[in-house]
Every structure is written in structure tokens, then in C-alpha cells.
Design a protein around this ligand. Structure first.
Ligand SMILES: [Zn+2]
Length: 574
């Protein structure tokens, strides 16, 4: 038998399940004996096609199975298009390689199995439910690839694919597979798995009526995690998301993108071989993520990290643009992105829906995802979008933290309005400078209009020091404002100051330059041109002007203070 490939006559897989023809029936014990080297073993391994592999059912055995537990075989096993009437158990076994392409097996369980080469279960169909899992590979080690392309795995009592802690040295593929489960911890479970290459689930349909579709908490994927090109996941889970990737570490890209069609090499169950698929001109195939429970939680990326995130609009919510402002949603899905770290967004993932998602689709409000996205925008030169997002964050924060009572509302609301409108919550401090400029222009306009009137005039001279004789002072007082005179060495405390009042007349009006300087002194804080020595409000001028001047002065200081608050970042602190 050494070196011979046993090819039974071709037969349809449905007919094979029921046949008792000796050309197709092989006893499992024979395969076991071959694997253990009872008849010698060929280095190419054992390869069987179109066989119905049966085993005797011991009396009283509750669940008969083909047991390879603890088996360490020097040769690989390939069963292709075979039907097995009992499940395979291979816990702690060691194979060089293992292929179960297009086979029908009740279920396959191999905790801690070690396979030096690849494990192929392409086109595999499981036929019996088991609470431990239809395909179970807990703590397994696969030296090359693990492929389940076009597999049809169904389990109504437990997880469909349970591989917690598995290590795959190359890629793990579920391309175009069909997975169904009724289990609260996940249809596909890859908790704490470690995949050195890519993890493919493109074009795969996963459904779980009691829990999440994909539970891969703590997974490490050195390459990319591809949930794209028609990946459809339906879950019914209150606690976990449809796609649960909490604390996942992805070296390259997390891809929820659409795709034209699955391309590349894909197992063709009808031909029993891999077939190269080429891209065709078809409409883009969208993903669909649904959580039918009340939580509506579809994606959990809390504390996950990756280099590139590809999350196009259809994945979460894509309201019509006319509804975007009104925050009307096209989906009720919720996402968790707290602690999500990514270095870049793919081109199709940079879209105007992000603020909408963060406001309406996050499970709980958190400012950290806003800030991280703003950093990404900033690093890619989108400073305007980054600033806009951070302003949105402050507005959303106020909406999320609703005031509990009137006093709390009064304490927050006015400051929020001032910050928002005057300095953009500290991200647009230039608005405050514009405000000061506006006040200055208003003051200038007001004073220029009144410079020739009764409102402002050249004020009385105030001379300190030696008293100037009244006869000479009034007659020879300069028409321009006087300069200060140095006090005498022994002044009389009560008589060293005297005020001269210019005669009230229309001719003592201020010039335009003096009016502008006075406007600057009034409206621009920290600027003092001493304009009031040359031009000031006339005593007895209408009270309204004094009030307006005071108001402009206060506003100027308010804007200046807000500018400082904005520039120093005080307004941006939580
Ligand atoms: Zn929405």
C-alpha cells in the first residue's frame, strides 16, 4: 500500500453519504493503522478521495468518534470529498499536515493539536451540533496556513468555530464561508489567537442567534484583518458586539471595506480544487453588520490598535446628506471606539460622517475618539477638519452632560455660549482679536462722528508744579495741550496744582487722529497712548456716551481675556 493514492470512483457527495458500496467504504481503523505506521508509511502521507469512512459503534458508547487523541504520526492525512459517519477527535495529536477538503464530518475537535504544515478544511461541512464546538481548535498550533474557504459550519448547541488561543504561523482564511451558531460567546471565537499573517473573512456570512458573530477579543494579527467584500455578520448579543475586537492588535490594516468581488485563489468545492478568481465589473459588494438585540452594538474596537483603519460609511451609518445636519440615521447600530488607536485612515474612510458617528453611534460618549481622530486629521494636514471636530467635541460634551438642575444649567450654559461663539471653545482664539478690532472700529466711528461736536474736546490743561501766574496763564496758555512742568523743590502741598479750563467753544474739537487714539485707549486693553491728555469727553456731554465708552472698555477687556484663555489652552481643558 505504500505510495499508493486511493482514489475511489467519483460519486456525488449526497450519494456517498448513503452508499454501502465496497468501492467507497473504508473502515476508520484502517486509516488509524496507517497513520500509526502499522503497515509502514509513505512520506507523501495518506490520501483518500470519494470514500465513506465508517467506524463501528461500540455498545453503550454515547457518542462514538474517530479518535486520534495524542497520536503523533510521521505522515500527513488528506481526506478529500469524503463522508465520515463519526466525528473526529484529535486532542493533543501531532500531524505533519492535515487536509479535510470538501468533507462531511459531524464535527471536528482537536484541542492543542500541533500541525507543522497547513490545515485545510476548505469546503468542509459539519453535520452535527455539539456544545463543545463544530470545529474546535483550542490552543492549537498550525505551522503554516489554516484555511476554511467555502466551509459550511453549523452548530445549534455551541460555537461553530472555537479556536481560543490558536497560533497560526501564516494566514487564517474563512473566505466565502457560511457559519451559523446558537451560542452566547460567539459563532467564530478567536479570543487571544495569534495569526502571523493575514486573517481573511471576506465574503463570509456569519450568523449567531444567541451571541456575537465574531468574538476575537485580544487577538493579535501581524498582517491585516479583512472583514470586507460582502462580509455579512448577524448577531443577537446584548453584551458583546456583532464583531467583538476588544484589545485586538492588528499590525497592518483592519478592513471593513466594500469590494468588487472576491479575487485571488479560492477553493472551489464543486471542482475540488483551488480556482483563481479575477476581478469583474460588478457593483461594489457592501458589508452588513447587524445586532438584533436591543443593544444594537455592532462593532467593539475598544483599546484595539492597528496601523490603518478602513471603515467606509456603509459599515456604521450613511444618512442622506440632507439628513446629516438633522442627525437622522440610516442605521441604529452602535459602536465602541474608546481607546481605539490607528495611525491612518484609508482614503474611503475619510468622510464627513465621522462626527455623526461619534455623536450618534458611540455606545457611550467619550472625548478620546474625537481627539484621536483630530490628531489623525492634523497629521495629514487637515487642520481645518481637526479644529472643527474638536469644537464639535465640546458641543457634544455639553449635550451629553446634561444639567441636573437650574443652578447647574446656569453655571454651565453662559460660559459654554461665550466660549463657543467668541473663541470656538479655545480652538479659534482669533475670533477674540476680531472682536477687539470690531470694538475699536465701532469706537473710532463713534468718536469721529462726534469729534467736531459737543461730545469730545481738548480737555483742560492740568499743570503740576509751580503755580503759573493767572494773568499769564489764561492769556498765554498754549492752544495745544500743555506738557508737565517739573515740581518745585519746596512746593506748597496745597497750592502746587492748578487747573486751567479752556473756554468752551466749538473751536476746541479733537482732530481725527486724536479721536482715533482715544478710541484705541477706550477699546483696546493694555494700549495707552495718553490720548486723553489731548482729547477727552467734554464735561456735561450726554451720559449715554460715557456709558457706551465704559461698555466698550469692558468688552475690550472681555475679548482680551478670552483671547488669552484660548491661546493658553485653558478653555480646552476638560
Ligand atoms: Zn446615524
Amino acid at each position: 500500500m505504500q505510495g499508493v493514492e486511493l482514489n475511489c470512483p467519483e460519486i456525488e457527495i449526497g450519494a456517498l453519504s448513503a452508499t454501502g458500496h465496497p468501492d467507497h467504504v473504508i473502515r476508520a481503523e484502517a486509516i488509524h493503522d496507517l497513520l500509526t505506521g502499522k503497515y509502514g508509511a509513505h512520506p507523501h502521507g495518506i490520501r483518500v478521495r470519494y470514500a465513506r469512512i465508517i467506524g463501528s459503534t461500540p455498545k453503550g458508547a454515547p457518542d462514538p468518534s474517530f479518535e486520534f487523541n495524542g497520536l503523533k504520526t510521521p505522515v500527513g492525512l488528506k481526506l478529500e470529498r469524503c463522508v465520515l459517519n463519526h466525528p473526529i477527535l484529535a486532542h493533543d495529536a501531532h500531524f505533519p499536515w492535515l487536509h479535510l477538503d470538501s468533507c462531511r464530518i459531524p464535527y471536528f475537535q482537536a484541542d492543542r493539536i500541533r500541525v507543522d504544515g497547513s490545515v485545510y478544511m476548505r469546503g468542509l461541512t459539519t453535520t452535527r451540533s455539539n456544545e463543545q464546538g463544530a470545529v474546535r481548535l483550542l490552543g492549537a498550533y498550525i505551522g503554516r496556513n489554516l484555511e476554511l474557504d467555502r466551509a459550511n459550519i453549523r452548530n445549534t448547541f455551541g460555537p461553530a468555530f472555537h479556536a481560543e488561543g490558536i497560533q497560526v504561523d501564516r494566514s487564517l482564511r474563512f473566505r466565502a464561508a457560511r457559519i451559523y451558531s446558537d451560542h452566547n460567546t460567539g459563532a467564530i471565537q478567536l479570543v487571544n489567537a495569534h495569526v502571523h499573517g493575514d486573517l481573511w473573512l471576506d465574503g463570509t456570512s456569519v450568523r449567531n442567534d444567541l451571541g456575537p458573530a465574531l468574538n476575537a477579543e485580544g487577538i493579535r494579527v501581524e498582517g491585516s484583518l479583512l472583514l470586507c467584500a460582502g462580509f455579512v455578520a448577524t448577531a443577537c448579543s446584548e453584551e458583546l458586539a456583532t464583531v467583538h475586537l476588544m484589545s485586538a492588535q492588528i499590525g497592518s490594516r483592519l478592513d471593513f471595506g466594500t469590494g468588487r468581488e472576491i479575487t485571488g485563489d479560492l477553493w472551489d468545492a464543486s471542482r475540488g480544487q483551488e480556482r483563481r478568481l479575477f476581478p469583474r465589473r460588478t457593483a461594489a459588494i457592501s458589508n452588513k453588520l447587524v445586532n438584533e438585540s436591543g443593544s444594537r452594538l455592532t462593532i467593539d474596537l475598544s483599546c484595539a490598535s492597528m496601523n490603518e483603519l478602513r471603515l467606509p460609511t456603509q459599515t456604521v451609518c450613511e444618512p442622506e446628506k440632507r439628513y446629516l445636519r438633522a442627525n437622522k440615521c440610516s442605521s441604529k447600530s452602535k459602536i465602541i471606539v474608546t481607546g481605539l488607536a490607528y495611525s491612518m485612515l484609508s482614503q474611503e474612510s475619510v468622510h464627513p460622517y465621522w462626527p455623526h458617528w461619534l455623536r450618534r453611534h458611540m455606545n457611550h460618549f467619550d472625548g478620546e475618539p474625537y481627539r484621536h481622530l483630530a490628531t489623525i486629521f492634523q497629521n495629514s494636514g487637515r487642520t481645518v477638519e481637526a479644529r472643527r471636530l474638536l469644537i464639535r467635541l465640546e458641543n457634544d460634551r455639553r449635550k451629553a452632560n446634561k444639567a441636573q438642575n437650574l443652578w447647574s444649567w446656569l453655571a454651565r450654559w453662559p460660559w459654554h455660549i461665550v466660549k463657543r461663539s467668541l473663541i470656538g471653545h479655545g480652538y479659534r482664539p482669533g475670533r477674540a482679536l476680531l472682536g477687539i478690532l470690531g470694538i475699536f472700529m465701532f469706537a473710532t466711528f463713534m468718536l469721529l462722528k462726534t469729534s467736531a461736536g459737543d461730545t469730545i474736546h481738548k480737555p483742560a490743561m492740568r499743570i503740576e508744579g509751580t503755580i503759573v501766574p493767572a494773568t499769564s496763564s489764561l492769556s498765554s496758555a498754549p492752544k495745544t495741550p500743555a506738557s508737565f512742568i517739573t515740581p518745585s523743590t519746596s512746593p506748597s502741598p496745597s497750592a502746587n496744582v492748578v487747573t486751567f479750563t479752556n473756554p468752551a467753544s466749538r473751536s476746541d474739537g479733537c482732530s481725527k487722529g486724536e479721536a482715533i487714539r482715544l478710541a484705541a485707549d477706550i477699546s483696546v486693553p493694555l494700549i495707552n497712548t495718553n490720548a486723553r491728555l489731548r482729547c477727552d469727553f467734554r464735561p456735561g456731554s450726554p451720559t449715554g456716551f460715557a456709558i457706551v465708552a465704559l461698555l466698550l472698555h469692558v468688552l475690550g477687556w472681555l475679548f482680551a481675556t478670552l483671547f488669552v484663555v484660548g491661546v493658553t489652552g485653558i478653555a480646552r481643558k476638560d
